[in-house]
Design a protein around this ligand. Structure first.
Ligand code: S3P
Length: 171
């Protein structure tokens, strides 16, 4: 049974903020995979990347998703932006969760991510260009994984949350 709602989308698309508010509105548990990864590794994400590289980070992410896929029930799950990089993650999530893609325009993502210091992938001088290229690669993966797609960006959170609830026919 798909009792969870899993939010996917690019870094800066509002998964955490929207997820928290959605969980509160539905009176459900809120789970954030990035927090669980940090707890599991005992260090913040930039340090995981530094010490174990991206592949090391993805291994922990996959283990966390595998765990959530069997243990979480009626939860709202905010996934890291790269969760779609490994198809196994999506296969596992699909069994227990409705997958919601939060789709955000490139310029909104670039704005929101301009001051980010805690995302190792964006730690580079050509950040805006890289965001554009990475989004091109990932967009089809988000789309293929999603049960529904919801536009975010400059819309009020309340409108986004109401649309998720309506489209999933819950609440
Ligand atoms: C990543 C997104 C981050 C975090 C890590 C890698 C990615 O999560 O998991 O820095 O590959 O897109 P957010 O989407 O919450 O920023």
């Amino acid at each position: 049974m798909k009792s969870n709602i899993a939010l996917i989308g690019f870094m800066g698309s509002g998964k955490s903020t929207i997820g928290k508010r959605l969980a509160r509105r539905l009176q459900r548990e809120f789970v954030e995979t990035d927090n669980l990864i940090e707890e599991h590794a005992g260090m913040p994400i930039p340090e995981i990347f530094r010490e174990r590289g991206e592949a090391g980070f993805r291994d922990i992410e996959e283990a966390i998703i595998q765990d959530i896929a069997v243990s979480a029930q009626n939860a709202v799950i905010a996934c890291g932006g790269g969760v779609i990089v490994r198809q196994a993650n999506i296969d596992r999530l699909k069994g227990s969760s409705s997958i919601v893609y939060l789709e955000t325009k490139i310029e909104n993502l670039q704005d929101r991510l301009s001051g980010s210091r805690k995302r190792p992938l964006l730690n580079r001088p050509d950040r805006d260009q890289f965001i554009e290229e990475l989004l091109e690669v990932r967009r089809p993966l988000y789309q293929a994984a999603a049960d529904i797609t919801i536009k975010t960006g400059k819309r009020p959170f309340a409108a986004v949350i109401s649309e998720i609830i309506e489209r999933l026919e819950i609440g």
